[in-house]
Design a protein around this ligand. Structure first.
Ligand code: GLY
Length: 346
């Protein structure tokens, strides 16, 4: 097991990579713990949960609402949970984000921790203190920054993950390498096959390397005033495709990374060879590189994106593998590059 620390203004977090869900009891020295999970995760792992009250929430983005958080408050009040309660989220990113938000607002804030049970949540959602819910169709519109006391990343729980979910996690892993670490990118090129087949040692090292990259960025810019924006590589375009075409998050981010790399190529920041390396690595992780999309719809969703400022949108581009830069792209430039993308309808 290896430990990574986040020392933020909104709390101090210990991320334990390689610790087991079964050993969780050792970390729970609060008077009372309440577990927040979903039916799916409870079905697989309730037998390994520490003894505690359990609140089950619904699954999927549609459940990530203020209404569900309200349900959590109701149950906590029924249980007479006071400020000494510790909320433990065991589940994917949706469970973690809602647990963090409920904990940060219940009685003006109680302590909380996570056991992320998807690869995506282990390398991304559970790390960095972003908590919250969707609101009126906008993703993560309402929330707060607040660091969990601990995050236990147990690669063992990934065995029950559907292949599509696993692949979504690899999109964020490729993102971390692409924006911050060329040697990690090369290591992923070498180990993609073993990682996909859940080779325990390889997977644990990859989770550790990814969390380390994200934690370092969060330690320098916890509340996304600057550098943390780099973690949105592939997400600006990806969110627009996800919203308009209803595809999985990881698939959308993969297509978004290809789009951002082509914008980088257009600006002379990236070479054809580097764009190809990114494409090949994504393909090795069984991620899509293209989608037959309705370009107008995607552009419309993009210009509504909350990152739009003036007549442009802040995009994370690559100035080489392992080096991200944030640049403003005008709508016209975006349209020109989109026109030249092989995977768009003309
Ligand atoms: N998922 C991006 C971030 O945590 O900043």
């Amino acid at each position: 097991m290896k430990t990574i620390e986040i020392a933020g203004h909104t709390g101090h977090s210990q991320i334990l990579v390689g610790e087991r869900l079964k050993n969780l009891k050792a970390y729970l020295d609060w008077k009372r713990t309440v577990i927040i999970t979903d039916d799916n995760v409870a079905g697989f792992y309730q037998k390994d949960f520490p003894i505690a009250d359990v609140i089950c929430v619904g699954t999927g983005e549609k459940a990530k609402t203020l209404k569900t958080v309200e349900k959590i408050y109701h149950r906590l009040i029924e249980m007479e949970a006071d400020r000494s309660v510790f909320l433990l989220g065991i589940g994917g990113g949706i469970v973690c984000d809602m647990t963090g938000f409920a904990a940060s607002t219940y009685l003006r804030g109680v302590e909380f921790g996570y056991v992320p049970t998807t690869l995506l949540a282990q390398v991304d959602a559970s790390v960095g203190g972003k908590t919250g819910v969707n609101f009126k169709g906008y993703k993560n519109m309402v929330g707060v920054f607040s660091q969990p006391a601990f995050v236990v990343c147990d690669p063992g729980v990934l065995k029950t993950l559907p292949a599509q979910e696993l692949v979504s996690g690899f999109a964020e892993i490729v993102k971390h390498a692409a924006i911050a670490d060329a040697s990690y990118f090369a290591c992923l090129e070498e180990n993609a096959v073993s990682a996909l087949s859940l080779d325990a040692a390889v997977l644990q090292q990859i989770i550790y390397d990814s969390v380390k990259i994200k934690a370092a960025i969060v330690n320098r810019d916890e509340t996304e005033k600057g550098e943390r924006r780099k973690l949105n590589f592939g997400h600006t375009f990806g969110h627009a495709v996800e919203k308009t075409h209803g595809i999985a998050h990881g698939a959308a981010v993969s297509i978004g990374m290809v789009a951002a790399s082509l914008l980088s190529l257009n600006r002379g920041l990236l070479t054809e060879n580097e764009v190809d390396r990114l494409r090949r690595l994504l393909a090795r992780f069984k991620l899509p590189l293209r989608i037959d999309m309705d370009k107008e719809k995607v552009l419309d969703a993009l210009v509504r994106d909350k990152k739009r400022e003036g007549d442009g949108i802040h995009f994370v581009l690559l100035a080489g593998i392992g080096q991200a830069v944030v640049e403003k792209i005008s709508i016209d430039e975006l349209k020109t590059v989109l026109k030249n993308l092989a995977f768009t309808r003309s």
